[in-house]
Design a protein. Structure first.
Length: 264
């Protein structure tokens, strides 16, 4: 990769730790590396999970999250960041307050509310804090159908409702929204809206069973490319291609969901 100004770009993941390596900040760092971007990380929670289930969550105190942010942002020229699992309202507030003043920082908000097995990963006050504090400062939001429903307060069950949700999120302050339709039947269709036009990104559905960490990989791939100076629509299109290939190459390394192939 040719770096802008000859400097290797830096991206940041603000997310929970997944000891299986299939999702969370571990997967995000693997995606950053695949795109040739230096990855930094801020841990928001420590999960006890494998490829089968989330068994426990140990929170990281909000002041420790804030201190991690200060350390990374005070040392590196971070050009893009992504948020994943934030777990609690006070962490959402700490992250939003710290990032608000970062000029020139592209922010990808993946509003993680639950794990693949249904385990809750964000409390109800935290969802409201994402809605009121992170949505207005997001460069792009990347909710799945359930997350979009929680953020806009109405059902999101098909392409028409996905468009309505994307528009509503932009009207609430986000620069753009990508509503992911991976849980719908048929091809995997995502809806992108940037306040000017809608785009649908379609890929054939790949069988083979449950795959772990697709949402993390998508948002991390977008953040990596924004850090490298790519424009948002192109970053999203390439992230879609990257995740589709990663799903196609996913393997059953553990005893549960397959793990994405995060190489390029």
């Amino acid at each position: 990769m040719c770096y802008r100004d000859g400097v290797r770009p830096v991206s940041l993941t603000i997310a929970g730790s997944d000891p299986s390596g299939g999702a969370g900040l571990q997967a995000d760092l693997a995606v950053f590396a695949a795109f040739g971007v230096h990855g930094t990380s801020v841990a928001t929670a420590l999960t006890v999970q494998d490829t089968r289930a989330v068994r426990a969550v140990a929170p990281v105190a909000a002041d420790v999250v804030r201190a991690q942010l200060d350390a990374v942002l005070g040392d590196f020229d971070v050009r893009a960041a992504k948020t994943g699992m934030l777990h609690r309202e006070e962490v959402v507030i700490a992250v939003a307050e710290r990032l608000q003043g970062e000029r020139g920082l592209a922010l990808v908000v993946d509003p993680v509310v639950a794990a693949s097995d249904g385990s809750a990963l964000l409390d109800a006050p935290g969802i409201e804090a994402v809605r009121s504090l992170l949505v207005p400062i997001a460069t792009v939001l990347t909710p799945n159908l359930r997350e979009a429903e929680l953020l806009v307060g109405r059902p999101v069950r098909d392409a028409v409702e996905m468009r309505a949700a994307a528009r509503a999120l932009v009207e609430r302050g986000a620069r753009a929204a990508l509503v992911k339709g991976g849980h719908l039947a048929g091809d995997a269709v995502d809806v992108f809206y940037d306040g000017r036009e809608f785009r649908e990104l379609t890929a054939p559905r790949i069988g083979g069973g449950t795959v772990h960490g697709t949402g993390c990989a998508m948002s991390a791939a977008i953040a990596a490319q924004l850090a490298a100076g790519r424009e948002l629509p192109e970053a999203i299109a390439e992230a879609k291609r990257f995740v589709t290939r990663a799903i196609d190459g996913a393997t059953a390394i553990g005893r549960g969901a397959r793990i994405l192939d995060l190489r390029r």
